[in-house]
Design a protein around this ligand. Structure first.
Ligand code: ADP
Ligand code: ADP
Ligand code: ZN
Ligand code: ZN
Length: 742
């Protein structure tokens, strides 16, 4: 077997014909400043080639259903294995996907119940809410039912003629209006509040209420609620968007009245093991569940018990012991999702696989990072190669090898600047080495608040009825172990006080949005070229007469290949430059309009002499994104980069003092870039804004004016404020330990 993954001439994105040999069967960390090319090497080259080659072994029909991998630009790669990418994409998933089903823990729990429950129920599918044999017939295994929100149907202060029935189609002039207003049973001109209770009930529900009315409604009379449910809820038609909006407005989800959220039919939900129903176990914290399952003694189920305990144990090790198996995967955070995916693979018996992780410590308090490291090591010790893109020094310290890409971002990066052990890295003189040596000082001179923004009576999720004051006009950092309630409190701040969330969701709506379209500099650029050339500005637009006639200004030609992947090829006429040769002849500072796309933001500020362009790009440069190319699709930005683009927009636009909430803005940031981020947050605060940051990074916490530390544990063991005050006074908590260590 090959001992290394051998890469020669990697040129994807900014990689500079990189050669590197990566040891197999080891834990290797890829470090380097943000934008240096780590992902281009690990994801876009190694994982992409492994994924592509694996897909090639399947027939075309199957291939179309597999994830698409763009083939990397590389001369030669040897020594790859099948790849499993564990990234931070949220698990999402439908209402039937839970922590239990996705980790298979539920499968083992079902098996356990099928063997030893009282009374004996038999087959394990009687405990499956995704199987007709087990699902509750009322809610079809969802645990919830959609019911009419009847209280929203009527405006009691209006008469029928004034539009008292708020449902679309039922108001005055609506399709069904006359079936209620013109039958002689109801007075259309009296506000509903002045009707008798009997009359209102008859209007809504018909039936016996209607029969009791003096004036008889027609025989086929149908109350508003019945009619609404027949048309909107009990229908198998595909619902239009407008109908779906109506349903969202006039219904609500309620816990299923039959199974009370247990999702199972009567037999499945009443059987017990050790005195607990399976529904109770689904709501129990995993830590407690593991303890309970440990008490099962029947020898017949020993293997099932062990498999279940292995799964639960892995979740506890990874710091997710505060979750419960019934938790819907759609409600998990990115970091939680990534850790759940890891658990899934720990149970796998495939070996010699290639695992690729994207910043597995995201969302982890320093206190929880140790558990993640344990998992990574276990994967390696099972005989796999584990490649990790990571900025956390704690993970670098335990790696078998560190590969640093640099020296800088974008065009200034893409080279191998260090390869070796952690001790060697510290002496290497690279950006990572320098950052490891530096340390942000503890802020001993915090800003004076300009008032207090208070959240009162916060009880969502695990919060213990908190009333918390956030000081205005300063930088507050919200800390605490994973699951302690930071996001829940931040969500309350948003709900109660209208904070603006600056998150890491993508900024680019489509492949055509770039820094040029986003900042609105397309027009100033065209005008600049028009001024210099004397031609009309429209000439320099890629959807005008100046565009290449063959690719219509797209630069690529798309060929649809029915059963195969569609093929995109660079347009031969313009060589991807999108314009006609006549247009490309005209230059500004030696650059043609096509060259402008290739400029980085930082270079464009110098190379394009125009005030409007400089002003628009200035803030992006300021937030450390000067290395992005003007024509780079925003869809290629990482979460952290997208977040900084949003900060740049706020720096430019927000005039009034505003309250901002940021969730882990250091995600994807190299230690060196964290200094830049702190500078940006300071700028927001210095403009009078209030900034609240959820963060585990010690440098950010040390820099805070005010710290609110939640805990002490995750889930129901958390949800309390352990400390609030200046960072210098923080002591006696897990966060304090991390801040004062190092
Ligand atoms: P890192 O992972 O070290 O933060 P990346 O590998 O994501 O860095 O990016 C390296 C460089 O390549 C950056 O300048 C980035 O903007 C650029 N880049 C990344 N993805 C793409 C892409 N799909 N198309 C063009 N440029 C890209
Ligand atoms: P943190 O941000 O500190 O990691 P969270 O506020 O996300 O913590 O979570 C606090 C607790 O609330 C945890 O036990 C978590 O599992 C639970 N929780 C969070 N979101 C939901 C949700 N949508 N549904 C049910 N429980 C949730
Ligand atoms: Zn039910
Ligand atoms: Zn062309």
């Amino acid at each position: 077997m090959r001992r290394t993954i051998r890469i020669r001439g990697a040129r994807t994105n900014n990689l500079k014909s990189l050669d590197v040999d990566i040891p197999r069967g080891r834990l290797v960390v890829f470090a380097g400043v943000s934008g240096s090319g780590k992902s281009s090497l690990v994801f876009d080259t190694i994982a992409a080639e492994a994924g592509h080659q694996l897909n090639e072994t399947f027939p075309p029909f199957t291939r179309n259903r597999l994830p698409k991998w763009t083939r990397p630009d590389v001369d030669d790669i040897k020594g790859l294995s099948p790849v499993i990418v564990i990234d931070q994409r949220r698990l999402g998933g439908n209402a039937r996907s839970t922590v239990g089903t996705i980790t298979d823990a539920w499968t083992y729990l079902r098996l356990l119940f099928s063997r030893i429950s009282t009374p004996h129920v038999g087959e394990s599918n009687h405990f499956s809410f995704n199987d007709p044999a087990g699902m509750c017939p009322t809610c079809s295994g969802l645990g919830e039912v959609v019911v009419s929100a009847v209280d929203r149907f009527l405006d009691l202060d209006r008469s029928l003629a004034e539009g008292a029935i708020l449902l679309p189609g039922f108001g005055n002039g609506g399709y069904w209006y006359s079936l209620y207003a013109d039958i002689g049973s109801f007075d259309p001109d009296t506000p509903l509040r002045d009707w008798t209770e009997e009359e209102r009930q008859a209007l809504l529900y018909g039936g016996e209420h209607a029969a009791r009315l003096g004036t008889r409604p027609p025989k086929d009379y149908e109350g508003i609620v019945q009619r609404f449910e027949r048309i909107y809820l009990h229908t198998s038609d595909n619902l239009s968007e407008r109908k779906q909006e109506t349903i969202a407005r006039f219904t609500r989800s309620e816990t299923c009245p039959e199974c009370h959220g247990d999702r199972l039919n009567e037999a499945g939900r009443t059987a017990t093991v050790l005195g607990h129903t399976i529904g109770e176990l689904a709501r129990m914290e995993i830590t407690e569940l593991a303890e309970l399952v440990g008490r099962v003694t029947e020898p017949a189920v020993a293997p099932v018990k062990q498999a279940l305990l292995d799964r639960l144990g892995a979740m506890i090790t990874i710091g997710l012991g505060y979750l419960h198996l019934g938790r819907g995967t759609a409600t998990l955070s990115g970091g939680e999702s990534q850790r759940i995916k890891t658990v899934k693979h720990l149970g796998s018996s495939l070996i010699e696989m290639l695992y690729v992780f994207d910043e597995p410590t995201v969302g982890l308090h320093p206190h929880d990072v140790a558990s993640m490291i344990t998992l990574l090591r276990r994967l390696r010790d099972q005989g796999n190669t584990v490649l990790v893109v990571e900025h956390d020094p704690a993970v670098m310290a335990v790696a078998d090898q560190i590969v640093e890409i640099g020296p800088d971002a974008g065009a200034g990066g893409g080279e191998l600047v260090f390869q070796g052990a952690f001790d060697g890295l510290k002496q290497a003189g690279t950006a990572t080495a320098a950052a490891l040596a530096a340390q942000t000082p503890i802020n001993t001179d915090p800003r004076t608040p300009k008032g207090t923004i208070t959240v009162t009576g916060a009880t969502s999720n695990n919060l213990k009825n908190l009333t918390v004051g956030f000081p205005a006009g300063v930088l507050t950092v919200l800390t605490g172990v994973a699951g302690s309630g930071k996001s829940s409190l931040a969500a309350e701040l948003v709900a109660q006080r209208g904070a603006i969330v600056i998150d890491q969701r993508p900024v680019g709506a489509n492949r055509r949005s770039t820094p040029i379209t986003y900042t609105g500099i397309a027009i100033p650029i065209r005008r600049l070229f028009a001024r210099r050339s004397g031609l009309p500005a429209a000439f320099f637009s890629a959807n005008s007469e100046g565009a290449c006639p063959d690719c219509k200004g797209l630069g690529v030609i798309y060929t649809d290949l029915a059963f195969m992947d569609g093929q995109e090829t660079v347009c031969e006429t313009c060589q991807g430059r999108r314009f006609t040769p006549e247009v490309l002849e005209h230059t500004v500072n030696g650059l043609s309009i096509a060259d402008v796309d290739e400029l980085t933001i930082a270079d464009a500020i110098d190379a394009l002499p125009d005030r409007a362009i400089k002003q628009a790009l200035h803030h992006l440069d300021q937030v450390g994104l000067g290395y992005l190319r003007l024509g780079q699709p925003l869809t290629t930005l990482s979460g952290g980069e997208s977040q900084r683009v949003k900060i740049a927009k706020e720096l430019r636009d927000a005039a009034e003092p505003t309250l901002y909430v940021l969730d882990e803005p250091t995600t994807g940031l190299h230690l060196r870039d964290i200094a830049t981020l702190l500078g940006i947050l300071d700028q927001l605060v210095d403009r009078g804004h209030t900034v609240v940051v959820i963060e585990h990074n010690v440098d950010v916490i040390r820099h805070a004016d005010w710290v609110i530390d939640l805990g002490p544990g995750p889930g129901r063991h958390g949800g309390q404020v352990l400390y609030q005050g200046p960072v210098a006074g923080l002591c006696g908590t897990a966060t304090a330990d991390a801040v004062h260590a190092r």
